[in-house]
Design a protein around this ligand. Structure first.
Ligand code: AMP
Ligand code: MN
Ligand code: MN
Length: 332
């Protein structure tokens, strides 16, 4: 597959590079490194993401070149879609992106549905940024410090700083090489994990307080409502990572974070709202299967989905589904 992608990229002249909505470090790292690499190969490049770039990633070079407006990118002959298990993950631009002549899908989610004309999907890769690193080597790209910082950030964040189950030898080897090229781990860590706004700390307080435990202690549910976000003056990106507190609780095998994106659910449990649900597992349960039931996807130990529902229904469905999983409902 790599050969076909290399050919397609070599043939491309104007490339639109995109990654998933509400981008994480890997979505941004793979987007920037790919965009910069293709530029260095003399291609016309247009970098696109539907959502604002979270403040913690704005230290990366060229991040301001990522556009939220598709219009300029519209005479591209090729699109490279990164870190997306399905095309829907790019957001509202999907129909327009589908019209681009050659679509290349580069990803590491087990639930990847194989969209596009060419796919480079490797479930074993710790991050899409790892695949991009390998692709850059094949394309004989001269990796410069901005590309190196983007790749490093993608791998660092998707492996939870080399702690999650996707952490592999390549994560260390590539990051080591990026550090040798001049990436400063302390500088990156300070930006990505260093400072929390007071609002985020207050949100953390409300989030921790919302945790409920179900299924004999094996399922934890954290709920973030719009009311909490308003009260603390926080943005959706401030919820990133909060689910890890729910997952780390003793005995918990599956943690869910229900994040209300808009609507009025907090005004009462029966109102319908749009929610994003993040799922994490300690490794015993494949949460990508739970996400798939709701039309989402992800990895075995980290997955998610979006849904319109009332908060009460959503919680009830999650609890019911978790209760049917042998590892969770099994005799203990
Ligand atoms: P999150 O829920 O944002 O913490 O994401 C956890 C993992 O699941 C990431 O690898 C995401 O790319 C993936 N994921 C999140 N939401 C969706 C969705 N709606 N569809 C498919 N994959 C998703
Ligand atoms: Mn991602
Ligand atoms: Mn990823």
């Amino acid at each position: 597959m790599m050969d076909k992608i290399i050919k397609a990229i070599n043939a491309a002249q104007a490339v639109l590079v995109a990654s998933h909505v509400n981008p994480d470090g890997d979505a941004i790292g793979s987007l920037l490194s790919t965009g910069l690499a293709l530029k260095s190969l003399g291609k016309k490049v247009f970098m696109y993401n539907e959502s604002p770039i979270p403040a913690v990633y704005r230290f990366l070079d060229s991040v301001n070149e990522i556009s939220r407006d598709l219009d300029e990118g519209f005479d591209c002959d090729t699109a490279v879609i990164l870190d997306c298990g399905s095309m829907e993950r790019v957001g509202q631009a999907i129909q327009r992106l589908k019209k681009i002549k050659t679509l290349i899908n580069i990803d590491h989610h087990v639930t990847n549905d194989g969209f596009g004309d060419f796919h480079l999907v490797d479930y074993e890769a710790c991050a899409t940024s790892e695949i991009i690193y390998r692709l850059m080597k094949q394309l004989e790209v001269d990796i410069d410090p901005p590309m190196a910082a983007a790749i490093y950030t993608g791998i660092l964040t998707d492996t939870g700083s080399f702690r999650f189950s996707n952490t592999n030898a390549a994560a260390f080897a590539i990051c080591n090489e990026m550090v040798e090229m001049g990436v400063d781990p302390y500088m990156v860590a300070r930006h990505v994990y260093g400072t929390y706004s007071l609002g985020r700390i207050k949100l953390l307080n409300l989030a921790l307080d919302s945790i409920e435990i179900w299924c004999n202690g094996k399922l934890s549910i954290m709920t973030l409502t719009q009311e909490m976000m308003k009260k603390t003056g926080t943005q959706p990106e401030d919820a990133d990572g909060l689910i890890n507190y729910a997952r780390r609780i003793e005995d918990v095998q599956v943690a869910a974070m229900i994040h209300e994106l808009d609507g009025v659910a907090s005004a009462g449990n029966d109102f319908k709202s749009k929610f994003h649900v993040s799922l994490r597992s300690d490794g015993a349960v494949d949460v990508s299967q739970i996400a798939a039931v709701f039309g989402g996807g992800g990895h075995e130990s980290a997955a998610g989905f979006s849904i319109e529902s009332s908060l009460a229904d959503l919680k009830a469905r999650l609890i019911e589904l978790a209760g049917k999983i042998p590892e969770i409902c099994g005799v203990n």
